[in-house]
Design a protein around this ligand. Structure first.
Ligand code: ADP
Ligand code: MG
Ligand code: MG
Ligand code: MG
Ligand code: MG
Ligand code: MG
Length: 700
């Protein structure tokens, strides 16, 4: 989440009255950054990942697994250790690092930068980032997985012995009747007014409960996070969520379910925690200048839904198997602050416009200055604030970027601190960030902060967190390599934004990675004038020094530039050779730069994981979890994921994590479905180098 200011948070009706002031000041701050940083050049190509964890309490002979709400205590313990680290009490070698504990004697100056831990919305969550961003060197990519393992190890060592940081996207039993948190709190607090989760489930910092309460107030009812139930052979049809209580009368919002908030065949959830309590894997790239940043924003955008489907890991909600595989729409609904007028349920009277998407949604803009961005790609339904746009243009910003920010600024700021409205500070970006950081689109274009020399950055936000650090490193590294290939080969992935939206919906389907097709651009290579109008020749295949294909942008009708492809085709290439595939493109990029053999082999292990997930040779986490549940003796094929199943699933996740952290490898782990998920993949905790079976298929 964004920065945590302290102060008096305004309740909704008051906050609403100050919204225009925040927007106006936010725009002034943005123009200040724009004018200061638009000409910045030669920033380093840096990048960094964010890994989010659930904290659970688990022990083999305790039948119930609980979400631990000890985020604050854990972060306090970590912070205490960071002080020790800064005092030099960190051994020189990463491998010897005793998980942030004091060594008793200061060691020689360390090369290790300790990871940084951050709070998150859920009081059962943690986020960890590398201590400093990664640089451009390909060898540095091999540091990612050990760093992720170090983060998990440090986190674990600051927890109780029964607590574990796990990287499942969601806790399968969040919101089930009875106890699911430690400590226990009963549901129905004044902020969330949920009938399933207590207010104490949110980070108690005033920003978070206020965010939830003001979203609820703005909507005039609770959020409605409905996920289709997965209909198994013994699941009633129609299915009614048996956990919904229609007889509560504590809050006005208890009427929601009596007014139809919980339709048949949907798992009904009613609080921000059901969405923002999900864990994801995000990657932020720094571009060398704003032009490159805008280009990357656009080119990575069509990959968002593809990577969402490929990382699918979210098949269970509130103790039931869901009819979807990913978290995205649930988060979108969990923070959907739109009023009935904005949603189109009532005629516009008090609100300014109808808004087609939640503030958490797939991207609605392309922002590059590249002429190959055709107007037909843009969203015809884009809503912008024309006054904001006029101010940005008057301030010197170009039309396209002004449009982007004038779109983000149609939203109200949700959390406003009284103290921040006294006077405008142009050396800060707080008002700008207020709107910017509560527009949760699948890409985020991050301007430099006011107070230091960071550059223009782009964040890729759609991926689901993976069970192991090996996988999280693999997906991070893959995205870095794709980004390098985009820049190096000037790749063009443009398709109309509406098609990206459609892909985002498709990514939710069960096993979308194997069963669905996604709109994707047929020819990602830039035009090669010398070969114009010739047939697609062999030398344009990956493996040649520089992939390229004839044809010039704009020569085809837009609808002919893309087609529906499977994720296997997008990642590994199409059988007929029409589409080269992202992995062969990455291989081609690696061929074009100097990489030592060991680095190349370790990267190959990562690419192999991605390749096999795309082809179906390996299961996604969502598929593995579904199979695990399906074959569990307690499962009655009625879509119910009970305490015992949850216990055994989390137990398996914990066991996988322990194997990984011990570096012992997964061999012999007796977990149902594991060999098709990860088991055969690696023989130990580090990358297996030089094994033919692990090398990505050549020549695809
Ligand atoms: P947010 O939660 O707002 O997205 P975080 O600070 O949690 O931001 O994480 C941002 C990521 O960006 C981290 O992995 C961090 O290492 C990385 N990062 C920090 N500075 C830069 C930079 N200049 N360029 C690229 N990445 C950076
Ligand atoms: Mg986060
Ligand atoms: Mg973060
Ligand atoms: Mg954040
Ligand atoms: Mg982030
Ligand atoms: Mg074809």
């Amino acid at each position: 989440m964004g920065l945590l200011a302290l102060g008096t948070a305004l309740e909704w009706p008051e906050a609403k009255l100050r919204a225009n002031q925040v927007r106006e000041w936010g725009i002034k701050q943005l123009l200040e950054i724009w004018n200061k940083a638009k000409g910045k050049e030669r920033d380093a190509l840096l990048w960094g990942d964010e890994v989010e964890y659930l904290v659970v309490t688990y022990s083999e002979d305790e039948p119930k697994v609980l979400l631990s709400l000890r985020q604050a205590e854990i972060l306090t313990a970590l912070a205490a250790d960071k002080e020790l680290a800064e005092a030099g009490c960190v051994p020189a070698l990463q491998d010897e690092l005793p998980a942030g504990k004091p060594t008793g004697k200061p060691s020689k100056p360390s090369k290790v930068t300790l990871p940084v831990f951050h709070p998150e919305f859920g009081r059962f969550m943690l986020e960890a980032t590398p201590g400093k961003p990664w640089g451009i060197g390909l060898k540095e990519l091999l540091g990612v997985e050990p760093d992720m393992k170090l983060r998990r190890k440090i986190a674990k060592e600051h927890m109780l012995s029964t607590e574990y940081p796990i990287t499942l996207t969601t806790f399968p039993q969040i919101g089930v009747p009875g106890q699911f948190t430690y400590p226990f709190y009963p549901p129905s607090g004044p902020k969330l007014r949920s009938q399933f989760v207590p207010d104490e489930i949110a980070n108690p910092h005033i920003r978070f409960p206020t965010l939830a309460a003001n979203i609820r107030s703005r909507r005039t009812r609770k959020v409605q996070v409905n996920v289709p139930i997965f209909h198994d052979k013994n699941t009633p049809n129609p299915w009614k969520d048996p956990t919904v209580n229609y007889d509560l009368h504590n809050w006005p919002e208890d009427d929601d379910v009596r007014n139809g908030a919980a339709p048949d065949n949907f798992i009904h959830m009613d609080a921000m925690a059901f969405g923002m309590g999900s864990c994801c894997l995000q990657i932020t790239f720094q571009a060398k200048n704003i032009v490159e940043g805008r280009e990357l924003y656009d080119q990575l955008s069509p990959l968002g839904p593809i990577m969402l489907a490929l990382t699918a890991a979210t098949p269970v909600y509130k103790g039931f198997l869901a009819g979807t595989d990913v978290r995205w729409n649930q988060i979108s609904r969990a923070v959907d602050c739109r009023t009935p007028e904005e949603l189109g349920e009532k005629p516009l009277k008090n609100d300014r416009w109808r808004i087609p998407k939640s503030r958490y949604a797939s991207n609605s803009t392309y922002i590059s200055t590249n002429p190959r961005l055709r107007p037909e790609y843009l969203d015809p339904d884009l809503v912008i604030d024309p006054d904001i746009k006029a101010k940005l243009i008057e301030g010197g910003m170009d039309d396209r970027l002004a449009t982007h920010f004038a779109h983000l600024f149609i939203r109200d700021p949700i959390v406003i601190f009284e103290e921040d409205l006294q006077e405008l500070d142009l050396t800060k970006t707080d008002h700008f960030e207020n709107i910017q950081s509560t527009n949760w689109q699948h890409m985020r274009f991050k301007p430099p902060p006011a107070d230091n020399n960071i550059g223009w950055r782009v964040e890729f936000r759609s991926m689901e967190i993976q069970v192991t650090d090996f996988e999280n490193a693999a997906f991070s590294v893959f995205m870095v390599l794709v980004t390098r290939a985009i820049l190096s080969f000037d790749l063009n992935f443009y398709i109309p934004i509406k098609k990206v939206d459609e892909n985002m919906e498709r990514a939710h389907n069960i096993d979308a990675v194997l069963k669905d097709k996604f709109y994707f651009r047929k020819n990602p290579f830039p035009p090669r004038p010398s070969r114009a109008n010739t047939a697609f020749g062999d030398d344009s295949r990956p493996g040649s020094a520089m992939p390229s294909r004839p044809g010039s942008p704009g020569s085809l009708p837009v609808e002919e530039e893309y087609e529906e492809m499977t994720i296997n085709e997008i990642i590994n290439g199409s059988v007929d050779g029409d589409f080269p595939g992202l992995i062969p493109i990455v291989e081609s990029y690696l061929d074009s730069v100097n990489v030592d053999v060991q680095t190349r082999c370790e990267l190959a292990t990562y690419l192999s994981l991605i390749s096999k997930r795309a082809s179906g040779e390996l299961d996604t986490a969502a598929r593995w979890i579904r199979n695990f549940i399906d074959t569990h003796p307690n499962y009655k094929h009625d879509s119910v994921v009970d305490d015992t199943i949850t216990h055994d699933l989390i137990g398996s996740v914990v066991a996988i994590g322990e194997r990984e952290s011990e570096g012992k490898g997964f061999a012999g782990l007796d977990i149902p479905g594991f060999s098709k998920f990860l088991g055969k993949f690696r023989s130990n905790g580090r990358a297996v180098s030089g094994q033919a079976e692990n090398a990505p298929e050549a020549g695809l």
